[in-house]
Design a protein around this ligand. Structure first.
Ligand code: SAH
Ligand code: SF4
Ligand code: F3S
Length: 439
């Protein structure tokens, strides 16, 4: 390797992966590495990968193929994240120029793995599987988002939904101590961030190992940290969604009025086949709690269409659920068969084209629901946190507390800085965004 240690890192997948990358970057800086913006200039090329659906995994192998030619220049490659954990040493066979394969549960060993890499070792693995109890905590996280700081409060998953790789790629469920979370929240506030996002595959399954605080109590305390104006949390699992979460959103103004509560299907039969461990009625009871809150709490969800055994009638039930809940945002996915998962053995007889058309029907319906939902904001004044500026449209971009994108014009000659808060009057609405002017 060159005398100066440089790295390039590309991230795929979810918010947890994005934040893992921030912690990996911080760790690399500590080890004397400098981050560069392209593969050509880097001595070490890292991919932090995702395997949630087949497409995501293929993307990673395509990238690795693309960069095969770079290998000749004497660079090192490392594969991190969920594909690394899932495929393990098989990656060395498929991409022989890769020297490091590590899942997220082994990142605390990164400094040691880097030293071995520098010493010339070529097949270094960190594959902890479901054994580890440790969480990856570091005070050196490189905060790459200028206005929002992430804190992972719980890692892994013990739920084993029939379709999902996460319990295999992320290891068993383990929470961070609530005092350590709070210390980090205070540090973040001292650095000038005003928005914190608490992360976990199932964030509300949080169990304080110190036994001090419930998830709702942790939300309340983080929401009361001086200087913090917005707290978000992702992703909530219906199974562990308790009523006190709604109470605490009502009580603590810094908690954003938004809950992401993936339902996956509106058919109890399919939910059972998915091993989600709740019925539609049970889910709707949680929705009723949220809707009964004093604040107007925005709802979003994830849905999988085309799970093995899903009939047109099951899809109709999902459409009915959409109409009943009136979500502000829906992430829809075609079922993708994944390695190691129980659903892999079910007969996946729904053709890809049928899955695609089911998804389209669903998203078209949802678009109409959102058109109505978003139109209700016309004329309202709301607080928007600035995220950026779109020079082509001369619009400032940002988000409401409900997590809705708001694009607005501003009379001032200089656009407000990312991270600042502006009162905006809504003058037009779309199914996915609001338009307004600063007041
Ligand atoms: N822990 C969260 C979800 C994490 S994964 C929960 O249980 O709600 C994010 C989303 O990816 C899931 O909600 C699901 O909708 C989707 N997903 C997961 N595995 C999938 C698969 N095999 N095929 C299609 N979508 C999938
Ligand atoms: Fe996957 Fe289910 Fe765990 Fe969510 S709860 S991460 S969908 S196994
Ligand atoms: Fe993907 Fe792993 Fe996240 S599979 S969605 S990167 S937990």
């Amino acid at each position: 390797m060159a005398s100066e240690k440089t790295f390039y890192l590309e991230t795929f997948g979810c918010q947890m992966n994005a934040h893992d990358s921030e912690k990996v970057i911080g760790t690399l800086h500590q080890q004397g590495y400098r981050q560069v913006g392209n593969e050509e200039d880097a001595g070490l090329i890292l991919y932090n990968t995702c395997s949630i659906r087949d497409k995501a995994e293929q993307k990673v192998f395509n990238r690795l193929n693309d960069y095969k030619k770079l290998h000749k220049a004497g660079k090192r490659f490392g594969v991190l994240g969920c594909v690394a954990q899932q495929e393990g040493e098989k990656i060395f066979e498929r991409a022989p120029y890769v020297s490091l394969v590590s899942g997220s549960a082994s990142y605390r060993k990164l400094p040691e793995m880097l030293r071995r890499l520098e010493a010339g070792e070529t097949r270094i693995t960190g594959l902890d599987d479901r054994q580890t109890d440790e969480t990856f905590e570091t005070e050196f996280a490189a905060r790459t988002n200028p206005y929002r700081a992430y804190i992972t409060i719980i890692e892994g998953c013990d739920k084993f939904c029939a379709y999902c790789v996460v319990p295999y790629t992320r290891g068993k469920e383990r929470s961070r101590g609530s005092n350590s979370v709070l210390d980090e929240a205070r540090r973040i506030a001292d650095q000038g961030f005003t928005e914190i996002q608490l992360l976990g595959q199932n964030v509300n399954s949080y169990r304080d190992p110190e036994g001090k605080r419930s998830f709702a109590e942790l939300l309340a305390t983080v929401g009361q940290v001086e200087g913090i104006r917005r707290v978000r949390f992702m992703t909530s699992h219906p199974r562990d969604f308790t009523r006190d979460i709604v109470d605490v959103i009502d009580a603590v103004p810094a908690l954003c009025d938004h809950v992401h509560l993936p339902v996956q299907s509106g058919s109890t039969k399919i939910l059972q086949a998915m091993a989600r461990d709740y019925t539609v009625e049970w889910y709707l009871e949680r929705i009723a709690w949220i809707k009964a809150a004093r604040r107007s709490i925005s709802l979003s969800t994830d849905i999988i269409v085309g799970f093995p055994g899903e009939t047109p009638d099951d899809l109709i039930q999902t459409m009915d659920l959409l109409a009943q809940v009136e979500y502000d945002c829906v992430f829809g996915f075609k079922y993708s068969a994944r390695p190691n998962t129980p659903a892999l053995t079910m007969i996946d007889s729904i053709p890809e084209t049928e899955k695609a058309s089911r998804l389209q029907v669903l998203l078209d319906r949802q678009r109409e629901i959102q058109r109505v939902n978003y139109a209700k904001h016309l004329g309202q004044v709301m607080e928007v946190m600035v995220e950026g500026y779109n020079p082509a449209r001369e619009q400032v971009t940002g988000r409401s507390s409900q997590n809705k994108p708001v694009n607005f014009t501003c009379a001032q000659p200089i656009a407000p800085a990312p991270g600042s808060y502006v009162q905006v009057k809504i003058t037009a609405t779309h199914p996915n965004s609001l338009v307004g002017e600063a007041v």
